[in-house]
Design a protein around this ligand. Structure first.
Ligand code: HEC
Ligand code: HEC
Ligand code: HEC
Ligand code: HEC
Ligand code: HEC
Length: 372
């Protein structure tokens, strides 16, 4: 998904944010730039650089939504959106995004100078102490550039919760990944966000004096892991008289939270098609898994930015809970005698608002059964 988004950014070719003007402002920030960390933490930097964390502020999907929210609220949205998409502003107060560090999005020095997390304080969950001490999970780490400190928070979902669970100003849980996880078996077993999203991979923790394994900072979810996340099985496929029925079991097997999780613009689609002997489609049916949020007039909101501002109620949520297996039944009535096979496809459908509405389909599971 990450690479698709990067591809989209190139294809659309709009650069809403002007890097060069920000860079001309000079630093003046209490946070250090990722380009400083890069000098020694080259592998981690390269790994992080194309992540959605690094792009959280500059990516065109965010920028489009942000500019709209900004206009609608006469600038008030700055205080709200940037707290997560460019979290250094929480300390620097750079809500006009003039400092280069702001454009670094969820940057190294923001995370690694967190000294405490207070989830009871939703507007300001992070206790930040930017400066000389960099914290994480290494014991006895020694650096020529900074002091180090071990902190168990870095191995805990709590660190992620500050941004990955949020209510909007109407109290609606727009994104609730952390709580979905917290109520799951994964949480009971002690499996944290990092255990799935920041696994250890080959690389040097630092050019000099480092170790051989790094935690993956890219947040990549490649197709292989997504394919494993949702499993699908045909339970039944047969015709009775003028009807053909198919039953499939869809299983959220590997995600530590609902699928889809996060902002409500993400839809998971299960598509079942009957086909004739020649492979041509006779009939198509779909189930869409998503969380549906409406505005005060009861109309469903489809864009991520709007949902943050105008969502007042969750009216439907049929997403697959962690570990859930659900039996879905489909009945077909068209040209039943000619049905030769049924196919099942699952894909993510995501329609972000960028310049014009763009559709992204990310297929990740496909199966066929022959019935004759
Ligand atoms: C001059 C080289 C250098 C620079 C610049 C540098 N570091 Fe380090 N850092 C190191 C070394 C060496 C280690 C120890 C690595 C090890 O023990 O595996 C380290 C360790 C760390 C750790 C582990 C702390 C722990 O106890 O778990 C963090 C976090 C860290 N650095 C963050 C940063 C950040 C953020 C920046 C940029 C603001 C940065 N570093 C800049 C050399 C550097
Ligand atoms: C300071 C806020 C912040 C913190 C802390 C944070 N994230 Fe994020 N994360 C974001 C934002 C904002 C995005 C979305 C960026 C975008 O797409 O514009 C994001 C995106 C992601 C994505 C990619 C989602 C996708 O659509 O592909 C994953 C996975 C993720 N974060 C996991 C984590 C994990 C795991 C942690 C804890 C170790 C964490 N995040 C901590 C703010 C944060
Ligand atoms: C047991 C493994 C596991 C755990 C634990 C886990 N995740 Fe995930 N996560 C996945 C898988 C697999 C996917 C891919 C399926 C998907 O995209 O929904 C995913 C997807 C995501 C996405 C992207 C959603 C999208 O539609 O692009 C985000 C954001 C995310 N996880 C954040 C988190 C956070 C935050 C936590 C901790 C509170 C966490 N995850 C815990 C396995 C896990
Ligand atoms: C979203 C917060 C976040 C951001 C942004 C982030 N890190 Fe980390 N970093 C972590 C977490 C969490 C761990 C520990 C992961 C674990 O224990 O599973 C970690 C581990 C590390 C370590 C210890 C070695 C290792 O791989 O375990 C170093 C060094 C480090 N990060 C440097 C950096 C640098 C440099 C950047 C920017 C290029 C960066 N980090 C960006 C959260 C972050
Ligand atoms: C509490 C933290 C938080 C706040 C506040 C927040 N976001 Fe986000 N936003 C996230 C996270 C985390 C993600 C990505 C993962 C997910 O979907 O949960 C995200 C994803 C998005 C996306 C999808 C980006 C993509 O690359 O697909 C858009 C657009 C977006 N946010 C816009 C906004 C706007 C506009 C505001 C302010 C009105 C805002 N956000 C406020 C945390 C936040």
């Amino acid at each position: 998904m990450k690479s698709l988004k990067a591809g989209l950014a190139v294809a659309i070719g709009i650069v809403v944010f002007n890097w060069s003007s920000a860079l001309a402002q000079g630093s003046g920030s209490v946070f250090e730039s990722s380009s400083t960390c890069k000098e020694c933490h080259e592998d981690i930097y390269r790994n992080w650089r194309n992540s959605l964390h690094a792009l959280a502020f500059t990516n065109p999907i965010f920028q489009t939504a942000y500019n709209k929210a900004y206009r609608e609220t006469k600038g008030e949205a700055r205080k709200y959106c940037l707290g997560c998409h460019a979290p250094t502003v929480r300390i620097t107060g750079d809500y006009d995004a003039e400092l280069p560090i702001t454009a670094e999005g969820v940057t190294c020095d923001f995370c690694h100078t967190v000294t405490g997390i207070d989830l009871e304080s939703p507007g300001s969950p992070f206790v930040s102490s930017p400066g000389d001490v960099k914290r994480s999970v290494l014991k006895q780490a020694e650096s020529p550039h900074h002091k180090t400190e071990y902190s168990s928070d870095f191995a805990s979902s709590k660190l992620c919760a500050g941004c990955h669970s949020f209510k909007n100003r109407h109290g609606v849980a727009v994104g609730d990944t952390y709580n979905e996880w917290k109520n799951s078996e994964f949480a009971k077993e002690g499996k944290q966000c990092q255990d799935c999203h920041m696994q250890q991979i080959a690389g040097r923790t630092a050019i000099e004096g480092g170790r051989d394994k790094i935690h993956d900072h890219s947040l990549s979810h490649n197709l292989a892991s997504m394919r494993e996340a949702v499993k699908l099985k045909f339970v039944k496929a047969k015709s009775t008289g003028s009807r053909f029925s198919a039953q499939v079991e869809i299983h959220n097997a590997k995600a530590g939270h609902n699928i889809p999780t996060g902002t409500p613009e993400r839809h998971l689609v299960l598509e079942i098609q009957t086909k004739d002997r020649g492979g041509s489609v006779i009939e198509t049916q779909k189930r869409v898994y998503h969380k549906s949020i409406v505005n005060s007039k009861g109309a469903e909101i489809f864009s991520d930015g709007d949902v943050f501002l105008h969502g007042v109620q969750i009216v439907e949520d049929n997403r697959l809970r962690p570990g859930e297996k659900r039996l879905e039944k489909f009945v077909f009535s068209k040209r039943v005698r000619e049905i030769s096979s049924v196919s099942a496809d699952i894909y993510f459908l995501y329609e972000p608002l960028v310049a014009q509405k763009t559709e992204m389909r990310i297929p990740f599971f496909s199966a066929d059964v022959f019935v004759k």
